[in-house]
Ligand binder design. Structure first.
Ligand code: GRF
Length: 221
């Protein structure tokens, strides 16, 4: 089944590009119905336009109250008919109206092996902590910051000469592989998000020693 997506971005949109390229290559059974950004300056909007994807900007600063922005964002996404919402570098915390409507249908990609290093400085914090392995996590979105149930993770080495930017770049390469795979697995029913997170099998994780997925998360949510 072709899974209808809304992809929410704030920045460069390299994860959006990875998703769209996987779709165009036939390795991700999905379609991007709408790209939404909270800022007009998001570079990823350019990629979306070049690829003929519908875009919408719901500017955070265009609304007097956070709750108004939350409702406008919810309405924009609802209007797209998306079955799965992907936060791909979306730098705002979604609000209660959004979560009421789309809880268990919204995933986020984060540049660390959660629950370590949530928040906006994950690569720098991984380096400061002296860990030798970091990576990325795809997780369900809940009301917390990077706290929802973990769906899949990919590990990435932290090298002695790493700066936050170098490490982040290496992690993003892993994100670009993992995120489209997770979306495809959801489209194929191998990962089920509702009513509880369940992952059919970890076979796909055997492709690469750097891809780590828990063997079975049935009922873990
Ligand atoms: C990614 O590293 C993601 O983990 C984090 O924000 C970054 C977005 O990058 N949440 P891009 O906009 O997809 O290039």
């Amino acid at each position: 089944m072709v899974l209808k997506l809304a992809v929410l971005i704030s920045g460069t949109g390299t994860n959006l590009a990875a998703i769209q390229q996987a779709i165009e290559a036939g390795s991700c059974d999905a379609r991007v119905e709408l790209v939404v950004s909270d800022r007009t300056s998001a570079l990823g909007l350019g990629f979306a336009a070049e690829h003929g994807l519908r875009t919408n900007v719901v500017g955070f600063r265009d609304y007097a109250q956070r709750s108004d922005w939350d409702r406008a964002l919810t309405d924009a996404v609802a209007g797209s008919g998306a079955q799965l919402i992907v936060l791909a570098g979306f730098m705002r915390v979604v609000g209660p109206a959004f979560l009421e409507r789309f809880a268990r249908r919204t995933i986020n990609v984060h540049p660390a092996l959660l629950p370590l290093f949530p928040g906006t400085h994950a690569p720098a914090e991984a380096i400061a902590a002296g860990v030798r392995i970091s990576g990325c996590t795809v997780h369900l979105v809940d009301a917390g910051i990077d706290t929802g149930p973990i769906i899949a993770q990919a590990a990435v080495p932290v090298l002695p000469a790493d700066t936050p930017d170098l490490l982040h770049e290496r992690i993003q390469h892993a994100e670009h592989k993992l995120l489209p795979k997770v979306i495809d697995a959801i489209a194929r029913g191998q990962i089920v998000l509702e009513p509880a997170l369940s992952i059919a099998s970890a076979d796909s994780a055997a492709d690469s020693p750097m891809l780590l997925s828990p063997p079975l998360l049935d009922g873990a949510a």
